[in-house]
Ligand binder design. Sequence first.
Ligand code: SF4
Ligand code: SF4
Length: 285
Amino acid sequence: MKTLCAPTPRLACFGCCPPIRPAHYDPLDFARSLRRELLDNRRRLQEEGPRFRPIVGYSCWGLGFLDPEGRRAGCMLHPFQNGGKELRALIDYGDKCRRESCLPSRMFALLPEAGQDFWLPMAAGLNTFLYSSPRGNPLFHLMLWGPSVLEPLRKLALERGWTETELLHRHGFLLDSLWQPQGSRYLLRLVLERFVEEEPGTGALEGLCRELWQRVVALPEVHHPSASSLRALDRVYTHRLPLEDDFRDFLRLGLQWEKVSLERAQSLEEQVEQLACQVVRTVRN
Ligand code: SF4
Ligand code: SF4
């Protein structure tokens, strides 16, 4: 099974080590000092062997280069590096290391293998510091669009014989940090679903998503959520609604609704789907 953490023998990420670190931490900002530290950690572990040594602060002695050339960095205490033996408990972080997983890696895991293989070449030439960096590795942003968007896009590319680079050249907004994939992927999915056996022109998807967004936020009930809300008791946290996860993300992150009733969420969902049909139809006519 492939993971975003170490998808090929050449690529390895250490972006979430150690699990307790400052908000918005990016290892790329510390590449020079980290390189020295990772070399030292490797040398010390080889000389002294593993022993119980709790970590303090934001650096972990178990993080080091996995190869003598210093190309791949990662956890030297992971079972993969020790013939199946789990040594991560030696740093005294309990289960934190094992539980750690970022959202892009969880989205990556939801893709079929062919989907993973399609997007991975984007990161092929990155060194271990760039690959581990949310800023340097485009996959961290791209994966947030999730399988319901990434898979139809891949199929579109396959039908046209495009590589992932050619696809992204036509629809560059997928990598644009001005777009928040989690909150927008529902709208993009709706737009993509309405292009059956038809190619959206270069830049068209972005324009359609923007238009759809504008029409949604112009709806009176979105503009004035309290006016049509039901009793407070009927409302639940949007992330708990028994609805598609991309729609829940749209409510929570796109519209910034913390709570809503199921009835109202479903009614909005219906309206947004109708708007998506109208928006795509307008472009066709
Ligand atoms: S930051 Fe994400 S991809 Fe990188 S090692 Fe952690 S879980 Fe894996
Ligand atoms: S023990 Fe391994 S997984 Fe845990 S923080 Fe250190 S390097 Fe990362």
